[in-house]
Design a protein around this ligand. Sequence first.
Ligand SMILES: [Zn+2]
Length: 287
Amino acid sequence: MSSGYYTRAAAVASRLLAARAAGAAAEKALWEKAQNAAARLKTADEAHDRGEIRTAVHLYVRLAMSRPPNESSLAAKDRLGTLADEAHAKQAAIDATLAHGEPSPGEWFVNQDDPQVVEHLATWKTTVESAFEKYQRLVSDYEVVPSLGGKLKTHVDHQRRKPAIAMVLNEPEAKTLLETGLAHEAAGHHCCAYWVYRQAVQLAPAPSATKAKARLEIVEKVPHIEALAAACREMQRCHQIYARAERALPVNPDRARELFAEVTRRAPADSEVCRAAQRHLDQPATQ
Ligand SMILES: [Zn+2]
């Protein structure tokens, strides 16, 4: 995967995961340290004021569920209502950053040498990436507020599908696929290029998806491409089965033999993967 949104998003995600694990431990300690419901409510309020929203939300949810209902559990419920409003306000603020500066569809594929257009697209890219980092944080912080349910995540998914946004977020993956396809073509593997381009096209309207579509239309004109592509896919499956067989070999030799046999039935007899599978089958089952 090339650098860009996905790499950064992955970094953000792994930071969130680490923070989450640390948060869960801290949460437990806070919960146990507080001697009673009132103290726990205070602990949650303090976490919220420190900006540790996720921790605060978890503590409020636990308190709100405590039985029998008491002054603190009712207060916690109340706080959760306020937090839902807070989440909505934050979501609206992020939405607002995306409401302006969207490029016009005509601009997406225009002359990349026009400095004004280049600048506009670069600014838009930064806007989208920064908004989606904030969305990710928002979902992580507030996802367990009961009245919000899955609504935050649904909203973010909806935003992600808007063309001007998908154009930015899908581009790194589309670019990688396009480059892979071009490399396959250069090596004369039109069948492999065919599948990769078909995958890339799904990422429209990313600019590289559009370029992949144009390449796909050319590859589709290669004689017998459909048969070649089908054989290519079958071969890829054979390689996957072979890999599974190798993994099964030390733990379940019988299963491994079944899988090697499947490879010899499916792969062309003169293929390397078929011969390798046959060699495994020819070996006496010693272990
Ligand atoms: Zn192929």
